[in-house]
Design a protein around this ligand. Structure first.
Ligand code: PHE
Length: 341
C-alpha cells in the first residue's frame, strides 16, 4: 500500500518538474510538496496512525522518499540555474562588430546662421558687437531717438508696454543711445537682437530679429554708408550685387534712406523674387540726426555718423529662398535639418 503511494508520488514529482525552466517556479513546486500542507509533509504526519511495530519500516520508506525528492529538487535547481545564467549571458552579450548608434547632428537655425555671417562680415570691417537689453524704457526706445511722446512716428511701431515707462524694445536702435552715452567717438558697433511689435500676419511676427549698426566719427558722410553697404551686399548676396538708396524717413536719422540691393536671383532683369523691379529692399539707414548726437553728449559740429538697421528674418528669407516667415518660428525639424553644413 504505502509503496504504491510512494511510487505514485515519485511519478507525480517527475511529471511536474519536467520542463521547468525557472528557479522561481521550481521553488514554488518544492513548497507544494514539502510545505505545511504538502503531500510529503502529509505523509510524515500520517506516521501517527501507523501501528507502533510497523513504524520503523514505514518511517524508513518515507524518509527515503523525502531524501529522494530533496535530491531531485536540488539537482534540478542547479540545472535550471545554469540555464538561467546562460540565457542572461546571451542577453547581455555585446556584439562589438555591430555599427554604433549614430547621434544626429543638429543644425543652426537660419537666423543664427545669418547673425553669425553678419557679425563676421562687419567685424571684418572693424565693428564691435554690443547687445542691449530687450526690456527698455521709453527714453532709449523712443525719446532719445528723437521720437518724443505724441510724435507721429510712434505709430509706425505697435509697442508692447509693460508699464507706462517700460516696454519691449521695438528696435535695436535703442542700443545706439546706450553705446553713445557710454563711449566717445570713434564708435563702430553692431548690435544684433530680438525686438517686439504687436503685429502678426503672413510677413510679420510679434518677435523678430534685427541687426543694428552705428558708426560715429569725424568726417563720416553718406558716402561712407554707401561704400560700406556695397561691401556688405557683395559679401552676403554675391559679388555682382549693387545697392541703391531711396529717400525715406526715420526720426533719428537725417537724411534717411531705404536701401535696396539689385536682385541676386535675376541680376536685375526682373523676376518673381524682386516682383519684376530688379531691386529688393533690405534695410533702413541714414545719417544720425544731430539732435540724437546732442542728446548723448556728442558735439554734432565735430562728429557725424550713420546708422543702419535690418531684419534678420528678412535677410534669412532672401538668402535661403524661404517663402514663408512662419517657417522660421515653427521649429519644424524637417525644415531646420536642411541648414546642416
Ligand atoms: N530702427 C529702424 C526700424 O526698426 C531701422 C533703422 C535703423 C533705420 C537705423 C535707420 C537707422 O525700422
Amino acid at each position: 500500500m504505502i509503496e504504491e503511494k510512494i511510487e505514485e508520488l515519485k511519478r507525480k514529482i517527475d511529471d511536474m518538474t519536467r520542463g521547468i525552466k525557472s528557479s522561481k517556479s521550481l521553488a514554488e513546486l518544492k513548497m507544494a510538496f514539502f510545505g505545511k500542507q504538502g503531500e510529503i509533509s502529509e505523509l510524515m504526519k500520517g506516521m501517527r496512525d501507523v501501528p507502533k511495530e510497523k513504524r520503523p519500516e514505514v518511517g524508513k520508506i518515507i524518509n527515503a522518499l523525502r531524501d529522494w525528492a530533496n535530491e531531485r529538487f536540488d539537482t534540478l535547481a542547479e540545472t535550471v540555474k545554469k540555464i538561467e545564467l546562460e540565457e542572461l549571458y546571451k542577453a547581455q552579450k555585446i556584439d562589438v562588430t555591430l555599427p554604433g548608434r549614430r547621434r544626429e547632428k543638429g543644425a543652426f537655425h537660419p537666423n543664427t546662421l545669418v547673425i553669425r555671417e553678419l557679425v563676421d562680415i562687419f567685424s571684418g570691417m572693424g565693428f564691435e558687437v554690443y547687445e542691449g537689453p530687450e526690456i527698455e524704457n521709453d527714453y532709449y526706445n523712443f525719446t532719445a531717438l528723437n521720437t518724443p511722446k505724441d510724435h507721429p512716428a510712434r505709430d509706425m511701431q505697435d509697442t508692447f508696454y509693460i508699464t507706462d515707462d517700460l516696454l519691449l524694445r521695438t528696435q535695436t536702435s535703442a542700443g545706439q543711445i546706450r553705446v553713445m552715452e557710454n563711449k566717445k567717438p570713434p564708435i563702430k558697433i553692431l548690435s544684433p537682437g530680438k525686438v517686439y511689435r504687436s503685429d502678426d500676419d503672413a510677413t510679420h511676427s510679434p518677435m523678430f530679429g534685427q541687426m543694428e549698426g552705428l558708426v560715429v566719427d569725424k568726417g563720416i558722410t553718406l558716402c561712407d554708408l554707401k561704400g560700406m553697404l556695397d561691401e556688405f551686399a557683395r559679401k552676403i548676396f554675391g559679388s555682382s550685387v549693387k545697392t541703391r538708396l531711396r529717400p525715406s524717413y526715420f526720426p533719428f536719422t537725417e537724411p534717411s534712406v531705404e536701401v535696396d540691393v539689385s536682385c541676386f536671383e535675376c541680376g536685375g532683369k526682373g523676376c518673381r523674387l524682386c516682383k519684376g523691379t530688379g531691386w529688393i529692399e533690405v534695410l533702413g539707414a541714414g545719417m544720425v540726426n544731430r539732435r540724437v548726437l546732442e542728446g548723448c553728449g556728442i558735439d554734432p559740429d565735430e562728429y557725424t555718423g550713420f546708422a543702419f538697421g535690418m531684419g534678420i528674418e528678412r535677410i534669412a528669407m532672401l538668402k535661403y529662398g524661404i517663402n514663408n516667415m512662419k517657417l522660421l518660428f515653427e521649429g519644424d525639424v524637417r525644415f531646420l535639418k536642411q541648414f546642416k553644413d
